[in-house]
Ligand binder design. Structure first.
Ligand code: NAD
Length: 487
């Protein structure tokens, strides 16, 4: 009853607390976006389960802290080994649960899960050092001390990858963890808890509480016993979490939404620009970083639009388990309808659908056609709000200054893509763009050592390399005087 076999894995659908499986009186359904099949009934946690998990994580904290970075590294590498052992099944399980392409999970996303664990485990041992420096003969020594229990709240668009982007540094830093996965994609985290136990992560160090945001999530972020909240998700949820965190002054790290620009200058390699623009439909547009606003120089706008439409219309949409598929389904009926609402309001407001514009009726289900919108009114919703689906909007500009003004005309600042033929010109453009990450003539090149995060409403804080440890640890300065030592 509490276990299902999916993709060759036995997945326990209860919480994982203090090294044990814990049931709840109620459950919720996990439904596959591929065909609407009910995959599992998952424990629906609330404050009782959260309290128990935070207690377990607090009890386990001193032992995990005192193990030191070397001891933790060994265990986290074993956990990464187990992810790699089960990679094929994990990839299949994630595809069933969130509908993203199986080939992406196999070749990119799941290998990244293991890499997240290894990278931060190694970083804590090898790179987390600051040179000692002197102030009037006194030594300043910096250390990154484990801070306690980290509450991790994650979304559904890359469930285990985004969870381990937090779990890796939190555990490597010596914190213990309570993870609340997204309710639309609870299964990979549940299986991952078993892998953690098998790898030798001590009981209570890693806990999973399943459930809805308003119940389990809200109880977790309001808990006074947690030391950190790391959240990836939407702006409205971040605001609710910030209000809860304020009561306890719990530090927060927020990775939020975006409405990123993709700027194409008139000297750009047009083929490259089109290729990069079509890539923005990756994961059926359910990517926070997507450059969803195509800002194209007016001199090349017609040629760009034609070439883009031709290429985008060739994208193969279908079952995400099929190797040839390039665009799979949206995550959920509610989400599909939300996407459709954006397109309908845009066209009612005078915008023009260049390609796509609605669900793929041949496929049915949750498939939405790759869509390009043009001629939207300046400042209108489709140019400012995050759709989080395969819907791009195109605007034109006459000068680079205008491109920057249009690009920055948003409350978000997560990423930007610039396609440009001249390095100096690109440097002038990027200097004035407000974004956490800018890709020039490329997209989605992500080094775990690099800072990652959003400006404006796209987030608070940066993660990656030492930036992650700056958040999960208490950074301490110890000052040693030159005098007072026994001879
Ligand atoms: P969401 O905010 O609805 O939910 C995210 C998580 O928060 C879920 O686990 C949910 O259960 C939980 N939650 C909801 N209400 C809560 C509350 N009151 N208290 C505590 N937890 C609560 O977001 P989503 O729809 O799952 O994800 C899509 C959003 O995530 C998009 O805006 C996207 O841009 C963003 N995102 C950002 C990044 C990034 O790195 N910047 C990455 C992926 C997704």
């Amino acid at each position: 009853m509490h276990q299902v076999t999916l993709a060759g894995l036995t997945v326990d659908t209860r919480h994982f607390i203090g090294g044990e499986r814990v049931a709840s009186p109620e459950t919720f359904e996990s439904v596959s976006p591929i065909d609407g099949a009910v995959l599992a009934h998952v424990a629906r946690g609330g404050s009782a389960e959260v309290n128990r998990a935070v207690d377990a994580a607090r009890a386990a904290f001193p032992g995990w802290r005192d193990l030191g970075a070397d001891g933790r590294r060994e265990i986290l590498h074993r956990l990464a080994d187990l992810v790699e052992r089960d990679l094929e099944q994990l990839a299949n399980l994630e595809t069933l649960d969130n509908g993203s392409l199986l080939r992406s999970h196999r070749r990119g996303v799941m290998p990244r899960v293991a890499m997240n664990l290894r990278f931060f485990a190694d970083w804590a041992v090898e790179k987390l050092h600051h040179p000692v420096w002197q102030t009037r003969g006194h030594d300043n020594v910096v250390s990154w001390d484990p801070s306690g229990v980290a509450a991790l709240i994650t979304p559904w668009n890359a469930p285990l990858m985004l969870a381990t982007w937090k779990i890796g540094p939190a555990l490597a830093a010596g914190d213990t963890v309570v993870l609340k996965p997204a309710e639309w994609t609870p299964l990979s985290a549940s299986y991952f808890a078993d892998l953690a136990a098998e790898a030798g992560v001590p009981a209570g160090v890693f806990n999973v509480v399943q459930g809805f945001g308003a119940e389990a999530g809200a109880a977790l972020v309001a808990h006074p016993g947690i030391a950190r909240i790391s959240f990836t998700g939407s702006v409205p949820t971040a605001k609710a979490i910030a209000r809860s965190a304020a009561d306890n002054l719990t530090p927060v790290s927020f990775e939020l939404g975006g409405k990123s620009p993709l700027i194409v200058t008139d000297d750009a390699d047009l083929d490259l620009a089109v290729e990069l623009a079509v890539e923005q439909y990756d994961n059926a547009g359910q990517v926070c970083l997507s450059g969803t606003r195509l800002l194209v120089h007016e001199n090349i706008a017609d040629r760009f639009q034609q070439a883009f439409a031709a290429k985008a219309q060739q994208l193969r949409q279908g079952d995400p388990r099929d190797e040839a598929t390039q665009i799979g389904p949206q995550i959920h009926r509610v989400h599909l309808e939300r996407i459709q609402g954006f397109v309908e309001r845009a066209t009612a407001d005078g915008a023009r659908v260049v390609i796509g514009g609605g669900p793929n009726d041949e496929l049915g289900g949750l498939y939405f056609r790759p869509t390009l919108i043009a001629d939207a009114k300046p400042g209108s919703e489709i140019l400012t709000a995050e759709v989080f689906g395969p819907v791009l909007a195109m605007q034109t500009f006459a000068s680079d200054d205008e491109a920057v003004t249009l690009a920055n005309n948003t409350e978000f600042g997560l990423a930007a893509v610039v396609v440009c033929g001249d390095r100096d010109r690109a440097e002038r453009l990027t200097k004035n763009l407000v974004a956490g990450t800018i890709w020039v003539n490329c997209f989605f090149v992500r080094d775990l050592a690099a800072p990652f995060g959003g400006s404006k409403k796209s987030g608070i804080g940066r993660e990656g390399g030492t930036w992650s440890f700056d958040f999960y640890a208490d950074v301490k300065n110890t000052v040693y005087a030159p005098t007072g030592w026994k001879e």
